[in-house]
Design a protein around this ligand. Sequence first.
Ligand code: UD1
Ligand code: CA
Length: 476
Amino acid sequence: MNKTSCGIILLAAGHGKRMRSSLPKVLHEVGGRPLLFHVLERIQAVAPTAPIAIVLGHQSQKVEAAIRNSNLFSDLKITYIQQPEQRGTGHAAKCVMESSWGKDRLSARQPVLVLPGDQPLLNDELVSQILEPLSRTSALRLLTCELPDPSGYGRVVRRGKKGPVLRIVEERDANLREKAICEVAASIYFFQSSFLSVGLQRLSNKNSQGEYYLTDLIGQAVRAKKPIEVLVWKNHDHLRGVNDSWELAQAQRLLNEQTVKKWAQKGVKFLDPWSTWIDVSVEIGEEVVISQNVVLSGKTEIGRGVKLGPHVVLKNMQVGEGSEVKAGTVAENSTIGSHALVGPYAHLRPDSSVGEGCKIGNFVELKKTHIGDHTSVAHLSYLGDAEVGSHVNIGCGFVTCNYDGRVIEGERKHRTIIEDGVFLGSDCQTVAPVKIGKGAYVASGSTITEDVEADSLAVARARQVNKPGYARKLRS
Ligand code: UD1
Ligand code: CA
């Protein structure tokens, strides 16, 4: 069967009460992406043209907006279906099958994959296997796995120990003997659609939670003597559900390990893989070395041969080939050119760029500042709203005074322009708006308040006066 000739129901209407958070559960993030997006990505990889019904309920607008605004899934055929009250997983699926999506969009012979929005560690192989063609007589294929600690999951009750599956019992409805079963239902099913539609009509909510359980369809199939195919998945990590904040943390850790391993297998050298955190959206080139406690998030791209020192935190950053970012540097929404040296303890705030071969040293902060190639800002400086050319040398302790309380042409912050080849001595300030022309020199300790012409020397400090013997006089 073509994997895409099925329909897909994604359950994402639940409250996620156990998260104890105002954010809908499926929007909590692991690896820098909402839980639900990880599931959608697997669908995108394995069945990109299948019609998808996403069931929304609790804060549905927020969830729908998150999917739409991400622009990650605009190629998928998504229909949003409302589940006005969250009356259980079976009720959620029923809302879909009774909607025009279930009635018109889906043909009676099209099988339906049902999966939850809170299992972010699924992999393509697993989704691909569950979508293998069902035999003609089967009611469904059920995905199960053995868990060392099955608490919280629905248990798979079989005849005898290894016999055929009889039903699934939710933890809250299970007796002691059933609770001891380690085989659990993963909440992922591939249904014959006619069986699903009819079965959902027959569900009852006579259970401890007063909900309509999708899992009850298994017992129904057994009673109707319809065959069930069971796919027992070996790696239980792939099926980990997220119901509370602790499970979210565990999923985050597992996903991170997968991500770090993927990059390590592509040749990235990690000095401590267990303390490195990398979002799924990060790209890393060859021969990169990453030290301890590094955090790379968002759309960060690390070029070939880059070295990242300990405690480096980069978000939405581009770092060019052969550069080194030293310990403790924090940088966001900016770019670093190739063969640059940044840090230790540099801070690049949004909308900054550092050119090729630059040196940005310790305790240098940049904000909305562009620095040309081969420029050095080596120590203890703040540059905000500045345009700095190439081959500029900025001495220690420079400050662009970009804000003085005035509003000029609607701008509160004013621009500083430092052209190519300028040499600024140590301990200078420029009071913006101001421009220092190409090749100019600025003497140490100057406070520049007026433009400096190209190739001039600016000295803006009082002349030194030496009074011979005066110190002795003061002491006496
Ligand atoms: C469910 C299964 C359980 C299984 C476990 C695996 C049922 C009754 N139980 O339990 O057997 O072991 O998943 O992770 O199916 N949802 C709705 N509408 C609702 C209720 C839930 O859309 O009215 C959605 C949720 O948003 C979630 C998914 O269904 O994405 C699963 O719901 P959840 O409450 O997390 O079920 P579990 O208790 O984990
Ligand atoms: Ca769950």
